[in-house]
Design a binder for this molecule. Structure first.
Ligand code: PLP
Length: 639
């Protein structure tokens, strides 16, 4: 598909181009008016356009950027996962249950945890804690008797808190990561007079693909090796606590792209399970950790996508366990998973406005060519006019060579500024024409690699990559991104996104279109009288927690939205983003002291005549209000 400013365009074209029905199926779509909508299922599917929600948010006094959490989508994901396992258990005639466990690290925010506990109550959702702080929040929130899985390295305090949880009535599994931890647990539980529930975390040798491959295989930093597992069994037997060993834990990795790797890892874990049963441990539970991938690109390609559905994941786990255990006549254990991103990624959408663009192409494709122009300029003009007759890669090489020759001539003083400008314009006209002839969803041939990136506009977004999308910077993760409106108009510009930080890494330049990863995205030209708002989707997992304060851009406003069966939305919880004063506080400044210091500076300025008293008052008021304000860009009219 070639997109020009007058291409006929409809919402259907946009749906296809941005792949929204692949990565956002049943949650997001584009309506016939060209607006991105969130979808929620009641007895019928309800759709609410995001532009309407933004209007409502602004009417309530919030500025962009905002993070919207669609609580209905969170609930739906959790239910879908449990439905998938319930179905697999029936289909596979499996003789035990599934228990979901939410790994708190994936999104620790209070509103998320409280909602998961509320909706997860009837599903008996457990919580996984990997640190004392996570256990502290889980313990206070989980109604007992709940399920707690304790992962990570544990000191005495961590173990003691887990023992208190046990005493309170929770089914609290201590997952042993090292032999010293096991000695400590034996010692502390004897002191408490409790028999704890113990799990052992194994290292499986099978490696999984994707970005988290290091979590798997022999060199993964967590879990016991086969030799250590034998020592752990001996230690438990010596302490007469083998009856406490009731769980095998193995986390194969996060975002596992290939179902084949999951099957291999699960098979190996089951072998360990069989051995533990044969050694006399009661067991009864097997926890496969995280790994259920989110299809961030809708394209089926690793690492940000996967080659299986949620249903296939559930069926694979249940069937593999059954097939491994049945020949040995071992009772089916309760299956647990700690799916994090698959539960929360869907629910959050980051919305930000574009502040401006920088264009790199030329407005003037047909500049006048003076008679006495040098040979390379005439050659460029000829290329522009006769491009159809030449191979694109050859034409581009020729244009580059002319341009570089002319740049050298300018440096050597043989070309004046007007000729240099003419040369650059002609080169851009040729490059633009070559690019426009290639369908947007196609990969560029080898000789043109870099052309799309070099010609793309930069769209300046009102957000911070480091705060809101840290994984895109840190591990190159691709998130779906698209304008939330104007999908009845052709997106005929190509853009990359730059954020507000003064950092060249503060950019988004990896997008997925029709399964192809590319550095630019088709976008609309800005209009002077209208905000252009982009949405970044599937951002609910890890991003809020991992975000940092680069350039002191803080947490965005976060609004929890509920959609009712009539398609009305309601802001259920509103968490104001960090103020500038909050941010300065995080780096140890006291806003009161800052005000005081500035007051002294202003007073001196009055004494020396650089400010009058009225200006002093205005400055101090302005500064005080600024500290209370949002750290992101404010549009002029709001000042
Ligand atoms: C022990 C453990 N469980 C669960 C998870 C969550 O994984 P995911 O978000 O892929 O479901 C992780 C993440 O790395 C983990 O380390």
């Amino acid at each position: 598909m070639r997109i020009t400013c007058d291409s006929p365009w409809s919402a259907e074209e946009s749906r296809r181009l941005y792949g929204i029905e692949r990565w956002g199926a049943e949650r997001f779509t584009i309506n016939s008016s060209g607006q991105v909508c969130v979808q929620v299922d009641y007895d019928r599917r309800v759709e609410v356009p995001l532009p309407e929600i933004i209007k409502g948010i602004r009417e309530r006094g919030y500025e962009l950027p905002v993070l919207i959490r669609f609580i209905d989508l969170l609930d739906a994901s959790l239910r879908r996962l449990h439905r998938g396992f319930a179905r697999a258990i029936v289909d596979q005639s499996y003789n035990n249950a599934y228990r979901g466990v939410f790994p708190v690290k994936v999104n620790q925010q209070r509103q998320i945890i409280e909602e998961l506990i509320r909706i997860g109550g009837p599903l008996q959702l457990g919580l996984e804690a990997g640190s004392k702080a996570e256990l502290a929040l889980a313990l206070a929130n989980l109604p007992e008797p709940g399920l707690l899985i304790l992962n990570g390295y544990k000191d005495t305090e961590f173990i003691d808190l887990g023992l208190w949880a046990t005493r309170l009535g929770h089914r609290c599994f201590f997952v042993i990561e090292s032999l010293t931890e096991l000695s400590l647990l034996i010692e502390r539980s004897t002191f408490f007079g409790l028999r704890p529930l113990i799990g052992v975390r194994t290292k499986v040798s099978a490696r999984v693909g994707g970005l988290w491959t290091e979590t798997s295989g022999d060199r993964s930093s967590f879990g016991l090796s086969p030799q250590q597992l034998i020592h752990a069994l001996d230690q438990l037997k010596a302490a007469q606590m083998l009856d406490c060993l009731q769980l095998l834990h193995c986390h194969l990795g996060s975002q596992i792209p290939d179902i084949k790797d999951i099957r291999t890892g699960v098979t190996e874990a089951c072998r360990f399970y069989n051995v533990l049963v044969a050694e006399g441990a009661p067991m009864g539970n097997i926890d496969f950790g995280g790994g259920l991938a989110v299809d961030y690109t809708g394209g089926g390609a690793a690492p940000d996508s996967c080659n299986y559905s949620l249903e296939e994941y559930c069926q694979t786990l249940v069937k593999t366990v059954r097939l491994c255990l049945d020949p040995l006549q071992i009772d089916h254990p309760q299956i647990m998973t700690e799916s994090g991103r698959a539960i929360v990624a869907d629910s959050s959408v980051l919305l930000f406005n574009v502040l401006g663009t920088m264009r790199f192409d030329t407005d003037d494709d047909h500049p006048a060519i003076p008679q006495d122009s040098c040979r390379q300029i005439l050659e460029l003009a000829d290329l522009r006019d006769n491009l159809e007759q030449i191979d694109a890669e050859q034409a581009y090489r020729q244009a580059l060579s002319c341009r570089d020759f002319l740049r050298d001539s300018f440096r050597a003083g043989r070309l004046d500024l007007r000729q240099r400008a003419l040369a650059e314009n002609l080169f851009l006209a040729v490059a633009g024409k070559i690019l426009r002839a290639i369908p947007v969803e196609s990969e560029l041939p080898a000789g043109l690699v870099g052309l799309r990136r070099n010609m793309a506009d930069i769209y300046y977004g009102n957000f911070s990559v480091f705060q809101s999308l840290p994984d895109s910077w840190a591990i190159g993760q691709t998130f779906p991104l698209l304008p939330i409106d104007r999908h009845t108009e052709p997106p005929w510009r190509e853009g990359m996104i730059s954020d507000l930080t003064c950092d060249c890494d503060g950019k988004l330049d990896s997008f997925n279109l029709a399964g192809t990863c590319r550095p630019t995205l088709p976008l609309h030209p800005l209009r002077t009288d209208e905000d252009y708002i982009l949405g970044v989707f599937l951002t609910g997992a890890y991003q809020e927690t991992l975000g940092d304060l680069h350039n002191l851009f803080g947490d965005t406003h976060t609004l929890n939205v509920r959609i009712d069966s009539e398609g009305r939305f309601e802001l259920q919880q509103e968490i104001e983003g960090d103020s500038i004063g909050d941010l300065l506080g995080y780096v140890e400044y006291d806003p009161r002291q800052l005000n005081e210091k500035l007051r002294c500076t202003a007073e001196q300025a009055v004494r020396s005549g650089r400010l009058n008293t009225e200006q002093r008052r205005d400055l101090l008021r302005f500064y005080r209000e600024l500290l209370q304000g949002y750290s992101y860009f404010k549009s002029n009219e709001k000042r």
